[in-house]
Design a protein around this ligand. Structure first.
Ligand SMILES: Cc1cc2nc3c(=O)[nH]c(=O)nc-3n(C[C@H](O)[C@H](O)[C@H](O)COP(=O)(O)O)c2cc1C
Length: 153
């Protein structure tokens, strides 16, 4: 079975889904054939999928200056398995309505659980995915791939 990266997201109105999809499209352009990318709603995530992946990309809307409750529940649930994914590379992204403070909570959660965070957390207002954001996405994904390939050697 191919090793895989997972794009995990929560989206109610579609903005965060669109951004997740953009990560998928950009990654598809250069990911080596030996790896897969899967997109998954955070509510569908289970610990086995997480264990079997070599990198995660987690996206949330900004809700009240924090990540959405569904994302927080995910982190609450995986805390006890922390040692299984220690140092796994992770990228975080949020969409927001003009504030974007949720970046901090996502960063704190990923670091607390000992993922290797590829900074910065990518932050987009609603559905405004600019070309600057796209190059940031590409840069972060390339770093993640390099990290995973080095660990795979
Ligand atoms: C309950 C709720 C709370 C929100 N709180 C914030 C907030 O604190 N700061 C902010 O910038 N945007 C806030 N927003 C706007 C959303 O973060 C923004 O519209 C986001 O892109 C929605 O993502 P989605 O389309 O994937 O559901 C809030 C939206 C909702 C529905």
């Amino acid at each position: 079975m191919k090793k895989k990266f997972i794009i995990l997201y929560y989206s109610k109105e579609g903005n965060t889904y669109q951004l997740a999809k953009r990560f998928w499209d950009i990654f598809r352009e250069f990911i080596p054939n030996k790896y897969d990318i899967e997109m998954m709603k955070i509510q569908e995530m289970d610990i086995e999928s997480l264990r079997s992946s070599i990198g995660i990309i987690v996206g949330s809307p900004d809700y009240f200056n924090y990540v959405a409750g569904q994302i927080k529940i995910f982190f609450d649930e995986i805390l006890e398995y922390k040692k299984d994914f220690k140092n796994m590379p992770a990228i975080g992204f949020i969409t927001h309505g003009g504030g974007g403070e949720a970046v901090r909570s996502l960063q704190t959660l990923l670091e607390h659980l000992k993922f290797t965070l590829i900074k910065p957390i990518i932050s987009v207002k609603e559905d405004k995915i600019t070309s600057k954001i796209e190059s940031q996405i590409q840069k972060s994904l390339m770093k993640m791939l390099k990290f995973a390939e080095d660990a795979d050697d």
